[in-house]
Design a protein around this ligand. Structure first.
Ligand code: GDP
Ligand code: MG
Length: 601
């Protein structure tokens, strides 16, 4: 096929505006699936996606379509709909020349519509503004066209209208994809170069990669190498995804294909695959992943460590957005510190861990990464630069060496009915937000933007926003980088000894509240001991909150008469086993469950 007849595009939209339904209709019209299967959602493959009704992984489908009696190859890249997965959106977008910007004709522009629109703009993609659900009696296409005009300066005459559910207008959309989106601008005669936009693991064939070919051609059996490695490999698997695999012998620049190099071939997202003679002059890198939330994952029982390790490894290969580092906790044993794009991503990852691998895991409370500037950084071993990223508060460098603290911020976009603006502003200011200028969407809806600390957003911001606006406001955020902040390290002490795993990094305005609630919770959860237990929250040597648990004498055998030796032995054995699961701090025995409860969110 001629490159001029390839179109690479993506459908982007706010969640529930109909991406998956539209993708199904496109698959139907191009003959991939049989019509009538109304809610098939072929591209939403994972069980979690079906259950939660969200798309997690970007999946590609290559479609044949003929227009003016000429055959076209349309590569549809389905993108995830949630803010957490925006990096998957970004990756798919690097292989596209255009996007279908889908907007629910009933709901109108939502926060995520704004985010995906600006992403498409930043990447110089052609935007096909498309209203969906025009079949709904309450749909108001004219009103939404005016919103598109006032927020994005899109001319109403450029807006397409479809009903993905009924199939209305979908042929016209396909024509617009062909006539308005340009073909990929690539050189088919140059050396072969491709970048990897996704990977997954196949039991028998090893790593399979979704690759966008930037230049040259790729043949079955050809020799290739990774940009990051000198070793040569042979192309063992080459296929189009329709979305089921269709083996091919050759692919060329502009195409999105599945490539496998066998069980020892490897492959990771963001890497570049080259023909051995290609010198990689061109920049084909995929934007780096930014982890917004970190949490510890530990096996429920250390005997399951190997099993959990295998599961995490396999899953993280498929979900390249996670970062995994070995971690250990005196209370929870050996585990991992895992970085996620957001809380939903964390939820989905652990749910997949349970569903796909049947592994049980303990998850610690999520925290955002912090950055600190350390004085004399060069003499502190292990830290290479002056700035240290801290993904686990336990690993914060000695505070006496810290010159400045930074925390991650985001630009939050909220689209809300005008009557809730007061409540939304109050929420954002309470979450330490700084307002940016606001914009009217129309006479009923307003777009507010705030610079917010990520730590205030990841917890329950979205839920709170929904509840104060009766579900009518939508929210999305974009990375705004690290900025200086008044942070301190808060330690929890039991009878004067620091409990490492309860150390946290807190903004000064939240300090008193956190100190009081954490010590109070611990007082409730730690069982009485033979000695009095003092629980303290301490910052820089100063005690901010204190609770005391009174001493209590406990002897499990006291109630037994001396004669029953077997019963006595059994009880002592039980007690000894119980002790094994204890974390001991300053001679205070704390059951592992207490730690699981305090550390879990
Ligand atoms: P996604 O989150 O963007 O992938 O949205 P889905 O494709 O899952 O659609 C969300 C909901 O809207 C589903 O219940 C669909 O059946 C429904 N839907 C999608 N397109 C249309 C449409 O054109 N008309 C109507 N009435 N409902 C639609
Ligand atoms: Mg979907």
């Amino acid at each position: 096929i001629d490159v001029k007849r390839i179109r690479n595009f993506s459908i982007v939209a706010h969640v529930d505006h109909g991406k998956s339904t539209l993708a199904d209709r496109l698959l139907e019209i191009t003959g991939v699936i049989k019509p009538g299967n109304e809610n098939a959602q072929v591209l939403d493959q994972l069980q979690v996606e079906r259950e939660r009704g969200i798309t997690v992984k970007a999946v590609t489908a290559s479609l044949n379509y003929s227009y003016n009696n000429e055959p076209y190859l349309l590569n549809l890249i389905d993108t995830p709909g949630h803010v957490d997965f925006s990096n998957e959106v970004v990756r798919s977008v690097t292989a596209c020349q255009g996007v279908v910007l889908l907007v629910d004709a009933n709901e109108g522009i939502q926060a995520q519509t704004v985010a995906v629109h600006s992403l498409a703009k930043r990447n110089d993609l052609v935007i096909l503004p498309t209203l969906n659900k025009v079949d709904l009696p309450r749909a108001d296409p004219e009103k939404v066209k005016n919103q598109l005009k006032s927020v994005f300066k899109i001319e109403p005459s450029d807006v397409l209208q479809v009903s993905a559910k009924k199939g209305w207008g979908v042929e016209e959309l396909l024509k617009a994809i062909i006539t308005r989106i340009p073909p990929p601008n690539v050189d088919t005669t140059d050396h072969f170069r491709a970048h990897i936009i996704d990977t997954w693991h196949d039991k028998y064939r090893g790593v399979l990669c979704l690759a966008y070919i930037h230049s040259g051609t790729l043949k079955m059996g050809q020799t290739v190498k990774w940009k990051s490695d000198v070793k040569q490999h042979t192309v063992k698997y080459l296929a189009l995804l329709r979305p089921s695999e269709e083996s091919i012998t050759e692919a060329m620049a502009g195409q999105v294909v599945m490539v496998g190099l066998g069980t020892k071939g490897g492959g990771s997202v963001g890497d570049t695959l080259l023909s051995p003679e290609a010198t990689d002059g061109k920049d084909t890198t995929v934007p780096a992943v930014r982890h917004m939330v970190y949490a510890g994952i530990f096996p429920a029982d250390q005997s399951q460590h190997t099993q959990l390790s295998d599961s995490i490894k396999k899953l993280s290969l498929n979900d390249s957005a996670v970062s995994v580092a070995v971690d250990s906790s005196p209370a929870l044993g050996q585990g991992w510190r895992v970085g996620f794009l957001g809380l939903l991503h964390l939820d989905v990852f652990t749910q997949r861990l349970l569903q796909e691998y049947k592994a049980e895991a303990i998850l610690t409370a999520p925290s955002v990464p912090y950055k600190v500037k350390v004085k004399g950084a060069k003499i502190i071993k292990h830290y290479k630069g002056e700035d240290v990223i801290v993904t686990n508060p336990m690993q914060l460098p000695d505070v006496s060496n810290i010159v400045e603290y930074y925390e991650p911020f985001v630009i939050g976009t909220i689209i809300s009915p005008v009557e809730y603006i007061g409540a939304v502003n109050t929420l954002c200011i309470d979450r330490r937000g700084n307002p940016l200028p606001s914009n009217a969407v129309d006479d009923q809806m307003t777009m507010l933007q705030y610079i917010l600390p990520l730590s205030e957003v990841v917890m329950d911001f979205h839920d709170t926003l929904k509840s104060i606006t009766s579900g009518f406001a939508s929210f999305d955020y974009q990375d705004y980088g690290f900025h200086p902040s008044s942070l301190v390290k808060m330690d929890i002490l039991l009878n004067g000894v620091i409990v490492d795993e309860l150390t946290s990094i807190v903004h000064i305005s939240r300090l008193e509240y956190n100190a009081r609630t954490l010590t109070a919770r611990l007082k409730e959860m730690i069982p009485r001991q033979m000695v009095q237990v003092a629980i303290q929250a301490v910052v820089g040597g100063k005690v901010l909150a204190r609770e005391t648990i009174k001493a209590y004498r406990k002897d499990v055998t006291a109630k037994l008469y001396g004669g029953d030796i077997t019963r006595r032995k059994k009880l002592l054995k039980q007690q000894a086993e119980g002790k094994k699961k204890m974390r001991s701090v300053a001679n205070i025995k704390i059951p592992r469950n207490t730690f699981i409860d305090v550390l879990k969110r």
